[in-house]
Ligand binder design. Structure first.
Ligand SMILES: Cc1cc2nc3c(=O)[nH]c(=O)nc-3n(C[C@H](O)[C@H](O)[C@H](O)COP(=O)(O)OP(=O)(O)OC[C@H]3O[C@@H](n4cnc5c(N)ncnc54)[C@H](O)[C@@H]3O)c2cc1C
Length: 405
């Protein structure tokens, strides 16, 4: 008889895990997926394209209903899991139902942070995490509202771009002196700012939010230096927090995320975690690629095969049309590394390749990102680059053609 395997969360990590399990452990588990969003799992990454009007919301579903049915998966969506009874091996669901498990996987993702400032709970204050948020942001665009986006990281930039494209008048606030400071060095960030401003978005740097004004609806944002920006809506895109409460309340060890080992096992036997809610070797990844790598490892582990997860080399791509941005690996250049840089602000191009120990260890591209995946492969595979070093900056075609010649 198949063992009951229950997955909490019906997001990107869960969908990939089921896909991998269907290939590696077909028939061994009777899988149930409990998700609180009221729709089938979808590609959350593409919410930015939905907001920008480049993709329809119904086109981002990861798998159609028949795919889940054909694999015998019991899907419960629109259902919040509320408690894990570790002793009885039961998961409680909001509507008083409970479901037994022999293995439990937590794939609960993250929640967007709302700044802890006065006015943060006023009407008109939004976040950008799920398809319900996108519907609300699209309505702001359609009504040509004045919107302040708080946060100049990947998510904030994509929110600002989508809102502006939808018709809103957008001001983007960023806390530090450069955009995407965790992925870009100063010249890359400066060029990005220029390119984004050309899209009609106003950007304020060194902008620390002190409070939001308004009686019942938000009317403006006040910064700590006294500046005030009028706004009919505010979008917080200032970070995420892993969803760990279910695990914590069940006594499962949690730091920032749910602590897992190289087999994605939590501190509680037969309970696993993956994706954004998990913390592996002190890292909570906020990107989908690590979640997919973890899903592959966990599926093999659950199938009784040998597999271990050793961490991921992460890369970031900004998906704002016309503004190509890519960053991977050690982009700052640790001690002992060298940086090869091409900086042409007039042409809207910046490239930086970081080389350490005769290998590519980091890359930043703004403007032209056509070779991003090739650079990422070189970084991930730790390939020696001596033979292509002098041409590598000019892209794959040139570097590898000359290598073959
Ligand atoms: C707008 C946007 C753009 C992004 N762009 C990129 C990008 O370009 N590149 C990239 O790598 N990443 C990007 N990301 C991040 C990426 O989407 C996440 O890393 C990925 O979705 C993580 O997958 P997950 O399954 O861990 O979490 P999620 O996809 O968030 O899934 C978790 C699910 O669990 C549900 N859940 C939580 N608690 C419970 C509970 N108690 N009971 C039932 N269900 C529960 C949640 O509602 C959610 O549906 C973006 C994210 C957003 C919001």
């Amino acid at each position: 008889m198949s063992e009951p395997l229950v997955i909490v969360g019906n997001g990107m990590a869960a969908a990939r895990l089921v896909d991998e399990l269907a290939k590696t452990a077909l028939g061994r588990y009777a899988i149930a997926v409990i998700g609180d969003e009221p729709r089938l799992a979808y590609n959350r990454v593409l919410l930015s394209s939905v907001l920008a009007g480049e993709t329809a919301s119904h086109d981002i579903e990861l798998k159609p209903a028949a795919w889940w049915r054909d694999r015998g998966v019991t899907l419960k969506y629109g259902c919040m899991a509320t408690e894990i009874d570790v002793g009885r091996r039961e998961l409680k669901i909001a509507n008083d139902e409970s479901i037994g498990f022999s293995r439990l996987v937590l794939a609960t993702g993250s929640s967007p942070l709302r700044l802890n400032v006065a006015g943060a709970d006023l009407a008109g204050v939004h976040t950008f995490r799920d398809s319900r948020d996108v519907d609300q942001l699209l309505a702001l665009g359609a009504a040509k509202k004045r919107v302040v986006v708080v946060g100049g990281g990947l998510l904030g930039l994509e929110a600002a771009y989508g809102l502006a494209k939808a018709g809103a008048s957008v001001t983007l606030l960023h806390l530090t002196d450069r955009l995407m400071e965790r992925q870009l060095d100063a010249p890359a960030a400066q060029l990005l700012k220029l390119l984004v401003e050309r899209k009609g978005i106003r950007i304020l740097l060194n902008a620390s939010t002190a409070r939001l004004h308004g009686e019942s609806r938000v009317e403006g944002v006040e910064l700590t230096d006294g500046r005030r920006i009028d706004a009919e809506a505010v979008v917080f895109a200032a970070g995420i927090r892993p969803n760990v409460s279910l695990a914590r309340e069940a006594g499962i060890p949690v730091n920032r995320g749910i602590v897992v080992d190289d087999h994605l096992r939590t501190g509680q036997q037969d309970i696993f975690a993956l994706g954004e809610c998990a913390e592996h070797r002190g890292i909570c990844y906020g990107l989908v690629e690590p979640a997919y790598e973890q899903a592959g490892v966990l599926a093999r582990h659950l199938a009784g095969r040998t597999a271990a997860y050793g961490g991921s080399v992460v890369a970031t791509n900004l998906k704002v049309s016309g503004v190509g941005v890519f960053s991977a690996g050690d982009f700052t250049g640790a001690d002992g590394s060298e940086a090869v840089v091409l900086n042409d602000p007039g042409h809207g191009t910046y490239k930086k390749l970081v080389i350490s120990d005769r290998r590519l260890t980091g890359a930043v591209l703004v403007g032209d990102t056509a070779d991003a995946l090739w650079y990422l492969e070189l970084i991930r595979n730790r390939e020696p680059i001596a033979g292509i070093r002098n041409r590598m900056m000019f892209g794959r075609a040139l570097a590898t053609r000359s290598e073959a010649a």
